[in-house]
Design a protein around this ligand. Sequence first.
Ligand code: SAM
Length: 220
Amino acid sequence: MPSTEYINERRAMTREQLAGRGIANKAVLRAFMNVPRHRFVPPKNQPNAYEDRPLNIGCGQTISQPYMVALMTDILSPMPSHNVLEVGAGSGYQAAILAELAHEVVTIERCPALAAQAERRLAALGYGNVRVLLGDGTAGAPGYGPFDRIVVTAGGPAVPDALKRQLRPGGRLVCPAGCRQAQRLMVIDRRGADFEEHEGVSCVFVPLIGREGWPAESAN
Ligand code: SAM
């Protein structure tokens, strides 16, 4: 049962910003109705949590615009049997959406304060199928793979090879890649040992920092 707090705002967001812009997957729309987005933002931002924009979450980072989270989830199409990896836990919101749809979710965050906060929030909301790891997600989570689905929620110079290697054959990876100011949503399907790559919509994400991302000192 979805929490009734901010239920009207959540319904309007789902109907107008997501379904109204072409997100048709009913399971994805249900997940957005179930996850209380206001619980993933700082208390002073809670009244703005269902607006059509990203919001600050501290550490110079953001919770992404609801439509972008929905679009990536829709492209990913996680199934109830899937093991999913997210790079860039941030607030934990995308991980909660994925946890509604998949079997298990591993999410990695490089900022210790955000990782700890996301872990607390997800546990408090009862998402027992999410594991939050602290570290450089461009290296993936080799001990927890292979993954049926991988999503990167920060923008890097290219799709990290380590993530491609941790994708199960038949799996799909969604990752913003390009320059620091703007990226394209890259969609990679693994077919056996081969990878099929498609360039999706333009997008703007905070920098993916790490071994296969941008160097930390030039990130801001
Ligand atoms: N998915 C998040 C949510 O639902 O709130 C939003 C993510 S925010 C747009 C991007 C996050 O990626 C930031 O929290 C940032 O610290 C993190 N990040 C950047 N580079 C990373 C890396 N190499 N490994 C793990 N996290 C990274």
